[in-house]
Design a protein around this ligand. Structure first.
Ligand code: SF4
Length: 80
């Protein structure tokens, strides 16, 4: 019975999401930076997700590898 409730909740959540939210991938995101073929870690479709953070010492940037087809995360920001 609990599983049915979870399934219904998931369906309601999916129905309330816009098409953009359900279809978005990292390649559509402002924070996605494609890796050039000249880079040592080049792979087709690979990029870096770059994000700015702040602590008591100031601002800093973090980067993690992602692929353009990866599903969007909650930080997704539509690129212009
Ligand atoms: S992991 Fe999230 S923030 Fe990073 S590029 Fe993909 S959607 Fe954007």
């Amino acid at each position: 019975m609990i599983c049915d409730g979870v399934a219904v909740l998931q369906q309601i959540t999916m129905n309330s999401m816009t098409k953009e939210e359900t279809m978005a991938t990292c390649s559509d995101c402002t924070w996605f930076n494609r890796i050039g073929e000249e880079a040592g870690d080049y792979e087709s479709g690979k990029g870096d997700c770059v994000s700015e953070h702040q602590d008591e010492k100031g601002n800093f940037w973090l980067s993690k590898p992602v692929f353009e087809g990866d599903g969007a995360c909650p930080r997704f920001s539509k690129s212009r």
